[in-house]
Design a protein around this ligand. Structure first.
Ligand SMILES: Nc1ncnc2c1ncn2[C@@H]1O[C@H](COP(=O)(O)OP(=O)(O)OP(=O)(O)O)[C@@H](O)[C@H]1O
Ligand SMILES: N[C@@H](CCO)C(=O)O
Length: 300
């Protein structure tokens, strides 16, 4: 028995929606989980091609394998001990790591989705996508990347209680990501956010977050104003100066540019960016918006 799962990259925040807004993108990791007849070598149960192939572990400490094990233990305890030693995982990774494109959330959602499919096959008990979001948010600490990876499209999410809604995207079909070669660890970027914030800044961000929904659903002309943020990007400027310089240059040209997630990738809510504006060290890629979230299928 084999389970195949495809999970999309995601861009969180979209400017004003810090820790709550996210967009699923057509950059996809593909995972294949096999249940063998007997136990496999626990030190070599994971194969990786593409992103991270040189550095990711090949044993049960691999993030996706670890999540599969934890979810089997917590949600399907009757079959966990019998299934876990017989699992092997193949990963074909396309989502860049530590660039603000939701690679860790994609891995966490993939692990939960694979465990859910395996659990449903062996026990008949289904985990809903809402429950999968709760588990993923507990691991990630915030729901903004996990929600679009699970449901697709543009999502607006709450952390307490964990809940997410899809917003119809009608004004654009694709966006541009400008991906640098350098990385930024999300934990480092989160450490730069102050505990408190000025009331006027909070009010301005709230207005722009509402406007962003209007811009994505009804009127792309407002996307430029809607994407200005004061909650997170400026506090992190010192950690990704090249990205902020690029955001500033793109915005000076009238483009709705923001830092993607915790950075350092830059996201533009437009299908194209003039070549002359693509700063050295960044690669521009047009990517369609993924509308369905992760896809899973069984091969028996
Ligand atoms: N497919 C994967 N398989 C195994 N581990 C992964 C995978 N994707 C990400 N990771 C782990 O997560 C780390 C990256 O997580 P991090 O939160 O720093 O960045 P990100 O999720 O790419 O960015 P952001 O959260 O800003 O969108 C990687 O270095 C790796 O340890
Ligand atoms: N909202 C998160 C996304 C990155 O995981 C942040 O900006 O830190």
């Amino acid at each position: 028995m084999r389970v195949r799962l495809e999970v999309p990259a995601t861009s969180a925040n979209l400017g004003p929606g810090y820790d709550s807004y996210g967009l699923a993108l057509d950059i996809v990791d593909t995972l294949s989980l096999t249940v063998h007849d007997a136990a496999v070598d626990p030190h070599r149960c994971v194969e990786v091609t593409g992103e991270g192939a040189e550095v990711l572990p090949r044993d049960g400490s691999h993030l996706i394998m670890r999540i599969i094990g934890e979810v089997l233990d917590s949600e399907f305890p009757a079959v966990a001990a019998e299934l876990r030693p017989r699992l092997s995982l193949e990963c074909d990774n396309r989502i860049p790591h530590s660039r603000g494109l939701g690679s860790s959330a994609a891995a966490v959602v993939a692990g939960i989705g694979l465990a859910a499919e395996l659990g449903a096959w062996s026990t008949g008990v289904e985990l809903s996508r809402d429950r999968i979001l709760e588990i993923a948010t507990a691991v990630e600490g915030h729901p903004d990347n996990a929600a679009p990876a699970i449901f697709g499209g543009l999502t607006v999410s709450l952390s307490e209680p964990v809940k997410s809604w899809q917003v119809p995207v009608r004004t654009i079909e694709a966006v541009t990501v400008l991906v640098p070669s350098f990385r930024l660890d999300t934990e480092v970027a989160r450490g730069l956010i102050p505990a408190g914030i000025d009331h006027a800044i909070a009010a301005d961000n709230s207005a722009r977050a509402g406007l962003l929904v209007h811009g994505m659903s009804n009127d792309s002309q407002v996307l430029y104003e809607a994407t200005r943020d004061q909650l997170h990007q400026e506090f992190r400027r010192g950690a990704y100066p090249e990205s902020m310089a690029l955001v500033d240059a793109l915005r000076a040209d009238g483009l709705p540019a923001v830092v993607s997630g915790a950075g350092p990738t830059v996201l533009v809510l437009a299908e194209a960016v003039p070549d002359a504006l693509v700063a050295e060290g960044f690669v521009a890629q047009r990517t369609a918006i993924d509308l369905g979230g992760y896809r899973v299928s069984r091969e028996i």
